[in-house]
Write a protein that binds this ligand. Structure first.
Ligand code: HEM
Length: 288
């Protein structure tokens, strides 16, 4: 019997006999359980995010009612700015596609039972990543006028640049057929792409635990709390992934239990953020 002890970054399949002999089997189980818990919350939260993008932007686009975008966006649809509006439309389409494709890629059953489909979604994911981040950089740097100060812009622009770098590295190692290293870069790519979603979740977690906006001005949408959440939205998940990978591949029982416990605590916080964000979107009428 073979079991796969990891959700992503795999390649460490081991036998039940090996597990029985291994003293850290309980710790490996804890790490697997923690990552499954993490993925369940990401799945729920990101499905809601995709539903919001498709339902709100899709429905208004089909109706030709682009002015409704401006109730949600800071810059949004500008009559006459054909290139800018097309870039925004491209960005929103890629946002929905890439978020959904990322969830498909991380679902273990799809990877196991439909490998050819998994490979095609993976290739498409790279294309979506390049289009989502280049359109994002156009909107942020060239079109401009986006909400926030230069620190927050630096945080999101750096995320766009990391997405491009990680996509290039994931592709490079896939072409070199070095799939172990490819999977690590692909996971980093997923986490950088999810940065925008982590930002929303992190922000609403912050507002929820402080019972209101603390450390930033909610009208101007500037302040140190927003800058901190902006950078942490992808640097923290990337750092935790490095710890997870080391614990899973090289760590002993203590390292695995520590990372599993850290993941559970962070996932509980993430669940609070997902709930608070969803409630806000539904109650404010911005969700769908
Ligand atoms: C690749 C993952 C990304 C996803 C899934 C994504 C998703 C979205 C969504 C859903 C919106 C519409 C706003 C809303 O309904 O809440 C949006 C707008 C926007 N995004 Fe992204 N985004 C991504 C990456 C980025 C990055 C890295 C940047 C920074 C350079 C960025 C810059 C923008 C800008 C400037 C807007 C328009 C804001 C406005 O007009 O006020 N996006 N994005």
């Amino acid at each position: 019997m073979r079991v796969t002890p990891v959700l992503f970054g795999g390649g460490m399949a081991t036998t039940a006999d090996e597990l029985r002999l291994e003293p850290a089997a309980g710790a490996s189980w804890a790490l697997r359980a923690a990552i499954r818990f993490w993925f369940s919350v990401v799945l729920l939260g990101q499905l809601f995010f995709v539903a919001h993008i498709v339902s709100f932007y899709g429905r208004t686009s089909l109706a030709g009612d682009f002015n409704r975008w401006n109730k949600v966006l800071q810059v949004g649809f500008i009559p006459g700015d054909h290139l800018g509006n097309r870039m925004l439309g491209l960005h929103l389409a890629m946002a929905a596609l890439i978020t959904f494709a990322g969830l498909l890629q991380l679902t273990p059953q799809i990877r196991t039972h439909f490998p050819a489909f998994h490979r095609w979604v993976g290739r498409s994911y790279m294309v979506f990543a390049v289009l989502a981040s280049t359109s994002a950089l156009y909107l942020s740097v060239i079109r401009g006028g986006v909400v926030g100060d230069s620190f927050q812009h630096a945080a999101t622009d750096l995320d766009a640049i990391l997405i491009l770098i990680f996509a290039a590295l994931a592709l490079r190692f896939a072409l070199a057929r070095n799939f172990a290293v490819h999977r690590r870069w692909a996971t980093r790519l997923f986490l950088a792409v999810s940065g925008v979603w982590f930002f929303r979740v992190g922000l609403f977690f912050w507002i929820f635990i402080n019972r209101g906006p603390v450390g930033f001005d909610p009208d101007k949408f500037v302040g140190p709390a927003l800058t901190a959440v902006g950078f942490m939205s992808y640097l923290l998940p990337l750092a935790v992934f490095e710890l997870y990978w080391r614990a899973q591949h090289r760590g002993g029982a203590a390292a695995r239990y520590t990372v599993a416990a850290t993941l559970v605590v962070l996932t509980l916080g993430m669940a609070v953020g997902v709930f608070a964000h969803a409630m806000f979107m539904v109650v404010s009428g911005a969700a769908f």
